[in-house]
Ligand binder design. Sequence first.
Ligand code: SAH
Length: 249
Amino acid sequence: MDEMELMMHLHLNNERQGPGSEATTLLALQLAQIDRNRSYKIADIGCGTGAQTLTLAQSLQGEILAVDLFPEFLTKLEERLQSQTLTASVTPICASMDQLPFKAGTLDLIWSEGAVYNMGFQKGVTYWKDFLKSGGLLAVSEISWTTSQRPQELEEFWNGEYPEMDTASGKIKVLEDAGYKVLGHFMLPENCWMENYYEPLLKSHPRFLEEFGNCDKAHKIVATDLQEVEFYQKYKDYYSYGFYIAQKP
Ligand code: SAH
């Protein structure tokens, strides 16, 4: 089994596969100046088991195309949505974020929490822009430095993990250079990381190792998670997830 698939199994029973919260999804919706009485065609890209899909489907009207590479995540998402009262319809779509099965200029809103790094921020926001109508909105969360001065050990760690790591001003420049009008941004607070993401993730390690512990890669994934959590606790002043909200003119 490859590393991505192992990670899918590790994260499958969790509510979130990355840092986030209902409150920050709602804040991003507010910054996007969404009209709750209008009907939107939305893509939620890299939706995972659908934490933010659920919030969107309870807050907006229209249709949400929930896209992920793993059908297992989409099945969880469907199970989760069944017991809820929703104002938008949700269609799960198994596809890769860099080969979206949509027509150009057809989406009102592209949402993506903690996922665009899989194709890279610049490549992702540039490619996705074609699918937006003019006036269409983009709301994307992405790991970001909170300051230009940070410890070298931390810098080296994240440069190894994700070379596109940058400050909010750097991310905003990428959006501006791609031709977006930037509407707003904010940094996710600590509870999005610890309570909502890392704590449930750490709790899912024993079961994961029970099932996949005969595989070296599984132990490596757990070790990397532990290092990531340790780094977060030590250096959380220097980075977070930034939420970026922008519009295609
Ligand atoms: N938005 C969710 C999940 C974030 S984790 C949350 O915040 O909880 C990133 C997600 O991107 C995972 O669900 C992973 O399966 C998905 N993903 C990774 N590579 C992808 C690709 N190439 N195309 C579509 N989805 C992808």
